[in-house]
Design a protein. Structure first.
Lengths: 342, 231
């Protein structure tokens, strides 16, 4: 059995969903209430691979909200993630993906040290960040969406924003060795980490965000911030391709320009309909088939019987691991989300 | 949730700590004393389980002695008057239910609500406790799971017939728990225990118990937060 740990976009969204699902006790409450709310299994999922194999899973709502980070409720935020993981383990889920902010909180606040939760000793082998698959899918989106919008990768400058993160660094490694791109721009907040990455890659220019954006034919956005970010078309090259692989995904609505093509990054489409309610709730365009690639990683690991933390630890994702997950991703019918050209 | 290390340094010998401890320690001692009596009373209501319930009652009596030692260790005199008033309403409801022979209500109050609350509080207290109390509390919390389990097993076996009674008992008693929690919020904070963590851990434990008994997720989500926001 696989599991997905997820959360809602913001307080307003959480209240609306609680209303929609018929939980008035949750619907009218403020942030304080969500800081006390326990994790819940809110969906049972059945997925069938194009190989014919069927697997079962559960969706664990952690009750985390990004406002907890914005309002310095770090203890509540970390509690939500650890408690959701304990909940998944208690329900005998073999492999669970940490979606949205869950894996970021786990890494940033060093939750590996908090393995003892009440009478449960967390077994981290049962969890995956799903970041290897997300990074792989983003790279596929770069390769396949660029020609869709008339960008030739050989002549393209690619800016990776959030380059030193787990997903960002993996994308850089792939771009460096697997795709023939003209130039690579590395953008992140921490200068030391940027220099380390540059040394590892043996290429790439370190630039500030606002310097990099007007130069980039392709912007890969893999930074995650509690409030998102405001970018305007004037700050970007025209034409350009923006792959919004961050969280929350809001570039599509913020950047409205006919020659700036925004694609939701790190999203896959499954070849067959999936029986679940949750993707409608998290506002996917095609809720029966589309999902975050990190969630799909848990499904893929379950299909293959790889009950192990395939993606774990910061900046450990190799090109080989990305290729490995890519092969089985395709095998079971997952495809990167691309532009609908019809 | 327990964290690996205490984030704030507590001075167990300070007047403010000992003052707060005099009430919290008393609550724990009184809670264990009432639990002892409640399990003996349940043993009379459930003659086929008397031996098991007497055994559970004896464990509670041992816990009481352990917590009395914790108070002595910090040279704190527990404020038992405060603790008796603290439990009065819940205690009254248990006695009323016992008098009417409402076993499910008695079990919900003692074996579910009080045990879940104790487990949540002890788990959050342990990383913040002084070394002496930590060791004692670690031993106690292991036992409390077995008490919770007794209630779960009996209620699960009788779920169909007691479901409605449990829902009513939940409505009658859970709001009291939130009020009790508010009454000790400030003292608990002095001991390094935060209210939102206590509530969350209680709800996790209580939701788990309701799930084991046979309630659906939807029912649990409604029951476990009943009265929380109006308390």
């Amino acid at each position: 059995m696989f599991g997905l740990i997820g959360h809602l976009t913001n307080l307003e969204h959480a209240q609306a969903v609680a209303h929609q699902l018929g939980y008035p006790e949750y619907a009218d409450q403020g942030l304080e209430f969500w800081c006390m709310a326990p994790p819940q299994i809110v969906d049972d999922i059945t997925v069938t691979s194009i190989t014919g194999k069927t697997i079962y899973g559960k969706y664990v709502e952690s009750c985390f909200l990004p406002e907890m980070l914005a309002h310095q409720r770090v203890k509540a935020a970390t509690r939500k993630i650890i408690n959701a993981m304990a909940h998944a383990q208690k329900h005998n889920i073999d492999i669970t993906a940490l979606g949205g902010f869950s894996s970021i909180i786990f890494e940033n606040f060093d939750l590996e040290k908090m393995s003892h939760v009440r009478n449960i000793e967390l077994d981290f082998r049962r969890f995956t960040t799903g970041n290897t698959h997300t990074a792989y899918i983003i790279c596929q989106q770069i390769e396949q969406a660029a020609p869709q919008v008339g960008i030739d990768l050989k002549n393209a400058t690619v800016a990776v924003c959030g380059a030193t993160g787990d997903i960002g660094s993996a994308v850089c490694r792939w771009l460096n060795t697997q795709l023939d791109v003209h130039d690579l721009l590395l953008v992140a907040r921490n200068r030391d980490r940027l220099e380390e990455l540059q040394a590892e890659l043996g290429r790439g220019k370190i630039l500030e965000l606002m310097e990099a954006l007007p130069l980039a034919d392709i912007v890969v956005w893999v930074a995650s911030m509690p409030k998102g970010v405001d970018l305007a078309p004037e700050q970007l090259k025209i034409p350009s391709l923006m792959i919004d692989g961050g969280y929350p995904k809001n570039m599509g609505s913020k950047i409205q320009h006919p020659d700036i093509h925004v694609l939701n990054g790190g999203i896959v489409e499954h070849a067959l309909d999936i029986d679940w309610k949750i993707m409608e709730i998290v506002n996917m365009n095609v809720p029966s088939r589309q999902m975050f690639a990190c969630f799909a990683e848990a499904m893929i690991l379950e299909f293959e019987g790889w009950h192990t933390n395939f993606s774990w630890g910061r900046n450990q994702i190799t090109v080989e691991k990305m290729k490995q997950i890519g092969v089985v991703s395709r095998k079971h019918g997952f495809q990167p989300l691309l532009f609908n050209m019809n | 949730m327990t964290t690996a290390t205490a984030t704030t340094v507590l001075d167990y010998t300070s007047d403010s700590y000992k003052d707060a401890y005099s009430r919290i320690n008393a609550i724990v001692i009184e809670g264990e004393r009432e639990a002892h009596d409640n399990y003996l009373q349940l043993g009379e209501l459930l003659p086929q389980h008397t031996d098991e319930l007497v055994r559970l009652a004896k464990m509670e009596a041992r816990h009481k002695k352990g917590f009395e030692a914790c108070g002595r260790n910090l040279s704190v005199t527990p404020n038992m008057e405060f603790a008796q008033a603290f439990f009065a309403q819940l205690h009254g409801n248990f006695q009323a239910a016992a008098a009417e022979g409402k076993i499910a209500t008695c079990l919900l109050i003692q074996a579910l609500i009080i045990e879940c609350f104790a487990i949540a509080a002890y788990n959050i207290y342990i990383p913040m406790a002084d070394p002496f109390a930590r060791k004692i509390t670690e031993g106690v919390v292991k036992d409390e799971y077995t008490h919770l389990n007794f209630g779960e097993v009996w209620l699960k076996a009788n779920f169909a017939t007691v479901k409605a009674e449990l829902e009513q008992a939940n409505r009658d008693n859970l709001p009291i728990v939130w009020k009790m929690l508010n009454a000790v919020e400030a003292d608990a904070k002095v001991l390094g225990m935060e209210k939102d963590a206590l509530v969350e851990d209680f709800m996790i434990q209580y939701s788990g118990a309701l799930e084991n008994i046979g309630f659906t997720t939807r029912e649990i989500m409604k029951m476990s937060v009943y009265g929380l926001t109006t308390a």
